[in-house]
Design a protein around this ligand. Structure first.
Ligand code: ATP
Length: 251
């Protein structure tokens, strides 16, 4: 098995008395595709926020590529190669696709960016942007204003914004939410064709989509890891079926 790129040890994220993430330990090897599934309120998004740095863990440890990132702010994690998308769109609707990409790219660098006028893009930035837009199949839409993209294209652009910084760990938060079946297939194809130099962890409510994309699945329930198995075993797992159907675990 490859070396681990992400290791969580006993991670707790508490909101007052509620332990939204309640002692989660998991290890993701480099290059793996991992789904985090679980019913509403299981703690999936809170776990993502802890990995990306948006929410500091109350307890426990998070290591990325042998760096202890438990207390690093999000931009420092991004610099190490941790990149995430959001469930809710995070785009500038009145800027073009390319300008959104420039903003995402320069968010990591010290260079200043003006929102007024077209930013100058150097050759290396231009090629990074073109590669990311190609990877999400919207290379021909670079000069289109985000407002004029379809919803599906906007979701593809969100993935491109995360890819443009050449991440090593990509956290995808419900990449197919709200998409039509054909748009969902497109997102699946995009994720499937990412290079294995990128490790992918995704939250996805569409079980068929998630299980068809990943090597391994972590199912959360009430803030904890209920099971971690291969997709085929997850499909057959009675405990997983029960938590999704809302029945008590030991009924
Ligand atoms: N900022 C917050 N303040 C207080 N409670 C919160 C906060 N964020 C999440 N929670 C609570 O933590 C629990 C886990 O929420 P979380 O959003 O992580 O679950 P989830 O598995 O992502 O759910 P969903 O599938 O519905 O998105 C829920 O009970 C939620 O109400």
């Amino acid at each position: 098995m490859s070396e681990p790129i992400l290791t969580l040890s006993d991670v707790v994220v508490a909101f007052d008395a509620l332990r939204a993430v309640d002692g989660v330990s998991l290890t993701v090897p480099q290059g793996q595709r991992r789904a985090i599934i679980g019913p509403n309120g299981a703690g999936k998004t809170t776990l993502f926020n802890a990995i990306a740095g948006a929410l500091p863990p109350t307890a426990g440890k998070i290591a990325f590529d042998s760096h202890d990132i438990t207390h690093l702010p999000p931009h420092r994690r991004a610099r190490l190669g941790v990149s995430r998308t959001f469930q809710i769109t995070n785009l500038f609707p009145r800027l073009t696709v390319r300008d959104n990409m420039v903003l995402a790219l320069r968010g990591r660098s010290a260079r200043k960016f003006s929102l007024f006028g077209t930013p100058d893009v150097d050759a290396s930035e231009g090629s990074q942007i073109a590669t990311a837009l190609e990877a999400v199949r919207i290379a021909g839409r670079a000069d289109v204003m985000v407002n004029d993209l379809s919803y599906g294209e906007q979701r593809q652009l969100e993935i491109a914004l995360s890819l443009v910084t050449s991440p090593r760990l990509l956290l995808l938060d419900e990449p197919a939410a709200g998409l039509s079946p054909s748009e969902r297939s497109m997102v699946a194809e995009i994720i499937r064709s990412l290079g294995r130099d990128i490790t992918v962890v995704l939250i996805e409510h569409d079980m068929d989509l998630a299980l068809g994309l990943v090597d391994r699945v972590t199912c959360m329930f009430e803030g904890r890891v209920l099971v971690e198995e291969a997709p085929d075993d997850i499909r057959r797992n009675k405990q997983v079926q029960e938590v999704y159907l809302g029945r008590p675990r030991h009924a």
